[in-house]
Design a protein. Structure first.
Length: 327
């Protein structure tokens, strides 16, 4: 998806109503207005889905987006956090205070709480909406981060990243690596929030449990499953991919009852059992299967397979073939 609406596509008399309707439909659950409805208006709205995050660009001669407390109470929950960058011109966002956005500045805000955004005439804003379930930031830290991202030395990196996403959004949205790109962007937002609020996003909360630990454990397990065939999959690479220390990663997984090395081996052996029993791979040697499952040493693979299953990989394959032949 790219251009959702452009005022140049409708008659001048209908532009205000058409632009507000098109923008409201995509931004969702908010009231939009034009500061001077009688003035000539020019507006363009674009949107993309990139690997699970939503990117939108509004260019307008002036626009106010408002979500009141009453609209929050009676509306559906968006369930996301928005990071907005002022791409051109200036604007002001009111949520837990009033925050000016000169060109290039980013702000994080919660669209499930009351807010007002005024895009001054003329201007352009880029907004990235991140599902709350993907962001390792608890609500109180989000509140502290609103309006304060620019205090982080990482802020300029975030601003440039949003600009780069928008510059080639069509290409990125269609790329097979979009999911990894989105995860990388979310990790950057986590880092900027932590830096701006002087808070570890993975630190313990007062009751002693890890913040959003269930979410992060799920992300780690998903990462392992996607890199299972990589013989270089190691605790250090997994920790680095999630921007945490090796020590923290071990502690996080231990709290969830997961022993990392044993989990990886068990997952690889489960994949090996599937391959050995799968039709169409009978001509592949046990050594090849071992390498396909991330094992560097076929002898080590055979030994671990027998220990786990009480039978050799070759024996498992024969039994599977017999079972398939007998229906």
């Amino acid at each position: 998806m790219a251009v959702v609406f452009d005022t140049e596509s409708v008659q001048p008399a209908d532009r205000v109503e058409a632009f507000l309707a098109a923008t409201r439909e995509r931004t969702g659950l908010a009231t939009l207005s034009i500061p001077d409805p009688g003035a000539a208006i020019s507006g363009r709205y674009e949107a993309w889905s990139i690997g699970g995050i939503w990117l939108g660009r509004i260019t307008s001669t002036g626009l106010t987006v408002r979500r009141s407390a009453a609209e929050v109470r009676r509306g559906d929950e968006i369930g996301a956090v928005t990071v907005t960058m002022q791409a051109a011109g200036a604007s002001r966002v009111e949520q837990r205070g009033s925050h000016d956005l000169p060109e290039g500045r980013c702000i994080l805000y919660d669209p499930d709480a009351p807010y007002v955004g005024d895009l001054q005439n003329p201007g352009s804003m880029l907004s990235v909406r991140i599902p709350r379930s993907q962001l390792n930031v608890p609500p109180d830290i989000i509140e502290r981060a609103v309006g304060g991202l620019y205090r982080s030395p990482l802020h300029s990196l975030l601003s440039r990243q949003i600009g780069l996403l928008a510059a080639q959004a069509d290409r990125y949205a269609a790329d097979l690596g979009a999911g990894e790109l989105a995860r990388g962007f979310i990790a950057l937002v986590n880092a900027v929030v932590a830096s701006a609020t002087d808070t570890d996003p993975y630190a313990a909360v007062p009751d002693g449990t890890a913040v959003d630990s269930t979410i992060m454990v799920g992300q780690v397990v998903d990462y392992i499953n996607r890199h299972l065939t990589d013989p270089d999959l190691h605790v250090s690479t997994i920790a680095a991919a999630h921007f945490v220390s090796v020590r923290y990663l071990y502690r996080l997984l231990a709290a969830a009852g997961i022993r990392l090395e044993q989990h990886i081996i068990a997952a690889r052996l489960a994949y090996a059992r599937e391959l050995l029993a799968a039709p169409g791979v009978e001509n592949k040697s046990v050594s090849t299967i071992a390498h396909m499952c991330g094992f560097r040493d076929p002898s080590h693979f055979s030994r671990r397979f027998r220990e786990a299953n009480g039978i050799s990989p070759g024996g498992w394959r024969k039994a599977a073939l017999i079972h398939a032949a007998n229906g």
